[in-house]
Design a protein around this ligand. Structure first.
Ligand code: E4P
Length: 217
């Protein structure tokens, strides 16, 4: 499963990319607004750093303007994947951009029917939001299971990008279900590294070594 970071922060991308476990980045208007500054410059820096797919979302709401905005976003860097919100306009824009050879991530997906329509429109990624579903007492992971099954049945090439991830359990569940990608806030990736037994084990190894050698490591 590919691991993306869900952020508009260049430093977070640099830190994770330098470890060597980062496959791509997703941004959205809220994340970029939080950073301030020139969003095109930020997106370019992120692309140069990660050298993998970087989702950049349109803010237009009508299909023709979404296509115009998407074409423009795609000129920022070859790694840009244009994100469009699900809806009739979004699906129409997805089809048009895909015909132009631009990769599209259909976002704000909350049902299997929406995911099916996005795949039929040629989406490169589909982004179901698991955390926001959990927030309204609906099992987000059940949706991932349905989408993976449907795409498998019909051999759709659209990749399932699990979004709105809130904790490492979401990552484990996404991987067990065979999702293609999980995009996580940096704090969730940080938490994936941690286990108290690893820390305790390392401290014990070093202490034992120190005792045997009569040296301080
Ligand atoms: C990513 O593509 C989404 O925009 C993001 O995961 C949404 O996450 P949130 O529900 O935590 O805002």
């Amino acid at each position: 499963m590919k691991l993306f970071v869900d952020t508009g922060n260049v430093r977070e991308v640099e830190t994770l990319a330098s470890i060597g476990i980062l496959d791509g980045v997703t941004t959205n208007p809220s994340l970029l607004a939080k950073e301030g500054g020139d969003f095109r410059h930020i997106l370019k820096q992120i692309c140069l750093t990660v050298q993998g797919p970087v989702s950049a979302e349109v803010v237009a709401t009508e299909s023709a303007s979404m296509v115009r905005e998407g074409r423009d976003l795609a000129t920022i860097d070859e790694h840009i994947v244009v994100k469009v919100p699900f809806g009739k306009d979004g699906v129409k824009a997805c089809r048009a951009l895909t015909r132009d050879g631009i990769r599209v991530n259909v976002t704000l997906v909350f049902s299997a029917t929406q995911a099916l329509l996005a795949a039929k429109a040629g989406a490169y990624f589909v982004s179901p939001f698991v955390g926001r579903l959990d927030d309204v007492a609906t099992d987000g992971m059940e949706l991932i299971e349905q989408i993976v099954e449907i795409y498998d049945n019909y051999k759709f090439s659209t990749e399932v990008l699990v979004a709105s991830v809130r904790h490492p359990i979401h990552v484990v569940q996404a991987a067990r279900l065979g999702a293609d990608i999980c995009t996580c806030p940096a704090a969730v990736i940080e938490a994936m590294f941690k286990h108290p037994l690893t820390d305790i084990g390392l401290a014990r190894f070093l202490k034992d070594w120190e005792k045997a050698q009569g040296i301080k490591v």
